[in-house]
Design a protein. Structure first.
Length: 278
């Protein structure tokens, strides 16, 4: 029987992230064969993943980052079952590694992201997720992936990493980047549904109109005035819930659109994404 050294166990732990005892037991089981020990740990992860497949993984990390040239922003969500695991430093490294892989490889979808190799290793991100489920003992998943490309992009990570936003702007530069930070925080705080009225889908407009009619009737307003009242409520709703029409958190006497245009003429938002856990 091969002698299992502490160095062997530590090397396996570094490569897989599994606990010291799990690594030692895996090496003992396969008489010190390193590759077979990795397979043992992967199979363990698959068994745990199968058992926990119906669990809710509602905790985790939402993290965002931009490329070095400031032209692309990426946002990912890596889930687990408990906040205790989410706040573990190793889980944070795991999540940020996935984010870095996404930035480096530019996958076109969440499924494509999961097919990429994890940190240049032999496992895909999807396989690594299963492995980590066995290591951690909780259901792990990558449930969100969003990207934006623009002349200037900004990523905002809210303290605690349960909420993040990314925003694209049609111009670039130091002043634009500073304004973009304010807008990214605005998006995180105010959760707009679209950039402007044109971006709001018809179903939402119809719903708000119907709700406005019902409220007007409940308040005893004249029937002939109901549609006009509903239109007023819709206008207020769109002002409060579309980004460029919202009052700026930087200066609530101005709309976001006015704030951006005063920062630099013609400056506006081209796209944004926001994800919050829960």
């Amino acid at each position: 029987m091969s002698k299992i050294t502490a160095a062997d166990v530590n090397n396996l732990r570094k490569q897989t992230g599994a606990g010291m005892m799990d690594c030692k037991n895996a090496l003992v089981e396969v008489d010190g064969d390193f590759e077979k020990a990795i397979d043992v740990l992967r199979k363990k992860g698959q068994k745990v993943a199968a058992k926990r497949g119906d669990r809710d993984a509602n905790e985790g990390l939402v993290i965002a980052k931009t490329t070095e040239d400031g032209k692309k922003a990426v946002l990912v969500v890596v889930n687990c079952e408990t906040d205790f695991v989410a706040q573990n430093a190793e889980f944070g490294v795991f999540a940020n590694t996935i984010l870095d892989v996404a930035i480096a490889n530019n996958p076109t979808s969440l499924d494509a992201l999961k097919q990429l190799n994890f940190n240049g290793g032999s496992l895909t991100i999807g396989e690594k997720v299963i492995e980590q489920t066995g290591v951690i003992g909780e259901k792990i998943d990558v449930s969100g992936y969003e990207t934006i490309e623009a002349d200037q992009v900004i990523a905002y990570n809210h303290p605690g990493n349960k909420l993040a936003s990314i925003v694209g702007l049609n111009k670039s530069g130091e002043t634009v980047a500073e304004a973009g930070k304010q807008i990214a925080m605005q998006i995180a705080a105010m959760n707009p549904i679209a950039i402007n009225e044109e971006g709001v889908d018809q179903a939402t407009i119809d719903h708000e109109m119907q709700l406005g009619r019902e409220i007007a009737l409940q308040e005893g307003k004249p029937v002939e005035m109901v549609d006009k009242i509903a239109e007023g409520k819709l206008k207020k709703y769109l002002k409060e819930n579309t980004l460029l029409n919202q009052a700026s958190l930087r200066d609530n006497k101005k709309t976001v659109s006015q704030y951006l245009n005063e920062t630099e003429s013609g400056l506006t938002v081209t796209d944004f994404k926001r994800i919050m856990l829960g």
